[in-house]
Design a protein around this ligand. Sequence first.
Ligand SMILES: Cc1cc2nc3c(=O)[nH]c(=O)nc-3n(C[C@H](O)[C@H](O)[C@H](O)COP(=O)(O)OP(=O)(O)OC[C@H]3O[C@@H](n4cnc5c(N)ncnc54)[C@H](O)[C@@H]3O)c2cc1C
Length: 391
Amino acid sequence: MVFEAAHAIKEVGAGISLAPNGMRVLDSLGLAQKVAADVGEPIHTMHASRPDERTIVEFPTMAMERFGLPMIGVRRFRLLNVLLEAMQAADIPLQLGKRLHEIHQPPGSSSSDNSSSSSSSSSSTGPATLVFEDGSSSEADLVVGCDGLRSRTRAIVKGGAEPPPKYTGEEIVFAVTMDRNHDLVPPNTCRMVYGPGHKHFGTYGLGSDCSWFTSTARSSSSDSWGPVADAAAIEAVKSELADKFKGWGLVQRMLEREVAVMIRVGVFDRDPTPTWSSGVITLLGDAASPIPPNLGQGGNKALEDAGVLAACLARHQSNIHAALKQYESLRSKRAAALLRHSRSASSVANLQNPLAAAARDVLLRGIVATKGTIPSDWMWQYDCETAVAQG
Ligand SMILES: Cc1cc2nc3c(=O)[nH]c(=O)nc-3n(C[C@H](O)[C@H](O)[C@H](O)COP(=O)(O)OP(=O)(O)OC[C@H]3O[C@@H](n4cnc5c(N)ncnc54)[C@H](O)[C@@H]3O)c2cc1C
């Protein structure tokens, strides 16, 4: 059973890039081909340039050649629809308008108020009772909290003792255009623009439209940012960005193109934590370990989390505690590595010093000249079944 706070499933977010590690999980569900061929656009080429459009480096992702699965750009709601159809086909019920408020576990769990806290070593045997904001409740043998960055489940698991996610100082405007704009983004290509300076830009195709984003420094970010409401507000954000990205040719041209959806978000993360389960409750995706978007890995990691959790449950059969223990141990290490690399990727994209930016460009060209691509094997080759069998 899936409980979702939203009252309706509608357009959410903008685009998302899926890498072979995330696609492998979709493949295990029989969905990779549909996502790659029907609703998304494979990304075969990465092209990075300077604001004046001098090429820094261009290289093939070689995802298919190396991992047998492509990298994909896809509009989020199209991906969501594929997942919803698969849920329906598997008879997995979805209840909308169910915002989780509290979880009660039977005596034996570690918390004094009988809600949950602490680690997976807790001896609670379930079932747990989920209480929703509308007053309804439901029982579950296992609760998987995949309720995002500001997870209510996480607050319950951690007993409310944790500080909120940390603002990274980066703000992103993310948009989907009305048209595909092949003249700006060639087929199967992701284009990135790096300066010196604390800002960068990226764009990739989504099949019938394309996605672009700007990343800029901002000392604080409002929690209320989200979808940019209407055409007038979108024009205002565009003109703010045109100002911030003066002299960035590709950005200026993209800002002239019509936009279908725009969102504005601050980038937040959390330091890694080794435990995120309590009794029969665990966390998944951003709720467990949010990863800033600089490597495009947060969603891929959420898919990996799901793949590993399923494999752990299959391996340990009826022993939920053993399954959660292995899940947490495998995933906390992986999440910490992704977080570390994502933070480094942000520094490399936002180098302030022109000499450092020039050195970055030389280094990138050198790597591509020797390896033929930018190696990402450690990220992209991850296989959930293998990780669980070896772990
Ligand atoms: C600008 C930007 C660009 C990104 N680009 C990429 C990319 O290219 N590739 C990539 O892999 N990742 C990317 N990411 C990261 C990716 O979006 C997230 O890691 C991913 O969406 C996390 O999925 P999730 O299911 O854990 O959380 P979410 O996508 O946040 O979903 C949480 C769900 O829980 C629901 N919910 C919340 N609270 C409750 C409650 N109390 N009760 C019930 N339901 C609740 C919400 O309504 C929502 O449906 C990007 C992130 C940002 C901000």
